[in-house]
Design a protein around this ligand. Structure first.
Ligand code: LLP
Length: 395
């Protein structure tokens, strides 16, 4: 399929295999979790309307972190009653918009957020469901830049700082949930279980004190295979989870992002030039960190394939992008068949936090996106035009 797409569309472009996304959904649903749970797709991983809508068609809700993501989730057809908002520093408009849309739950991460939730809900004569995101002080043992549950991190609130008496007594705000999310790309299932136990313990303690918590939001964070990272051991995860959920009847929410979409996505790019620089062979691509920033930002090594190349001879390349930044590299010293100018490369497993973290730096148009299934495909985002790059600017 990808080869055909390169004949019709100019690179770079993202493409997503719908069957792989479906496979991930089916896999999670096949795990035999024996308690009441719902899946909410973490929109930040891939906020394309077609992708969000695909989850909607599979009865999956949405977790958002901004009014923009909330707007897109609703536009994609998700009922607000199946949307949760998180966010370490929600703006006033984010909160007001979430309140008036009557979403399932607003998870607060700062004590002061509740003042606005209560006063605005009163003004609108609404009862708003909210949750509290806990910082459990757990090191998820993942990439440091995407670890969120350690003491000193900006996410969630330490339990000792939460006055549950006060939160449970509000007139227009209903304490409905507790939530936790200790990081992303987590390979050690024990760390996730540890965080769930912390949340269950807290909910049980609160129950003993007379507070009714209906929902526990266990966040996302499931790892996918990537160089240096293996995929989460779901068999053990599910087994342990079923054990700790025995005798509990909380409603559980999971908010996976990466797991659901990462492996479906490819970034297809072309070799523009090849040059030698000292001992290095540098292949300069038609994509850059504007289109895919994770290698430069997190120092990860994306999986790469050459689309069509029969050369048996391999040599080492540095794969560089086209923006004017020294750090704009996808991979260094990667062994590949001898490349030629015009040849296509595919970065694999980039369906999560790929397009969603792209920018127009160097005034590069954001790329085309395609969703395909078997031999059918459709464009789900057109490439920015040059005119788009001037949108909202006033001379
Ligand atoms: N729930 C909350 C509260 C989150 O903050 C996140 C992700 C998720 C769920 C979904 O996590 P996932 O299942 O995708 O691991 N840009 C980084 C990842 C940042 C994740 C931020 N939070 C990257 O490219 O690796």
């Amino acid at each position: 399929m990808i080869e055909d797409l390169t004949k019709t569309y100019e690179t770079p472009f993202y493409c997503y295999d719908q069957k792989i996304i479906q496979g991930k959904i089916d896999f999670l649903k096949s795990l035999n979790l024996n308690f009441n749970y719902s899946l909410y797709f973490s929109v930040k991983a891939n906020p394309n309307l077609a992708i969000i809508n695909f989850f909607k068609q599979n009865n999956i809700g949405a977790t958002v972190v901004s009014s923009g993501e909330l707007f897109k989730a609703i536009r994609a057809g998700i009922n607000p009653s199946n949307i949760v908002i998180n966010g370490s520093s929600k703006n006033e408009f984010d909160l007001k918009y979430a309140i008036t849309q009557k979403i399932n739950c607003i998870n607060i991460e700062n004590i002061q957020e509740i003042d606005l939730i209560e006063s605005y809900s009163k003004e609108k004569n609404l009862k708003t469901n909210f949750g509290v995101r806990i910082n459990p002080g757990i090191d998820a043992q993942t990439i440091d830049k995407i670890s969120t549950g350690k003491t000193g991190d900006k996410f969630g609130i330490e339990i000792e700082q939460i006055d549950f008496e006060k939160l449970a007594k509000l007139n227009y705000s209903n304490l409905k949930a507790l939530s936790i999310h200790i990081g992303s790309q987590i390979t050690n299932y024990n760390k996730l279980i540890e965080s769930y136990i912390a949340l269950i313990d807290l909910a049980n303690n609160l129950k003993n004190k007379g507070f009714e918590i209906e929902t526990l939001n266990f966040g996302g964070g499931f790892s996918i295979p990537e160089e240096g990272y293996k995929s989460l051991d779901f068999k053990m995860w599910a087994e342990e989870l079923n054990k700790i959920m025995k005798n509990n009847n909380y409603k559980i929410i999971f908010e996976p992002g990466r797991f659901l979409v990462a492996e479906s996505g490819s970034l297809v790019t072309k070799v523009n030039y090849i040059k030698k620089s000292g001992s290095k062979n540098i292949a300069l691509l038609d994509s850059s960190f504007s289109e895919y920033i994770r290698p430069a930002f997190y120092n990860i090594n994306p999986m790469v394939e050459v689309l069509k190349n029969n050369s048996q001879n391999k040599i080492k390349y540095d794969l560089a992008g086209g923006v004017c930044e020294t750090s704009d590299f996808f991979l260094r010293d990667v062994e590949l068949p001898i490349l030629e100018v015009g040849e296509f490369l595919i970065f694999k497993n980039v369906g999560a936090y790929g397009s969603s973290m792209s920018s127009t730096y160097n005034s590069r148009p954001r790329p085309l996106e395609i969703l395909f299934k078997n031999n059918d495909h459709r464009v789900i985002r057109s490439k920015d035009t040059l005119e788009d790059l001037c949108n909202n600017e006033i001379m």
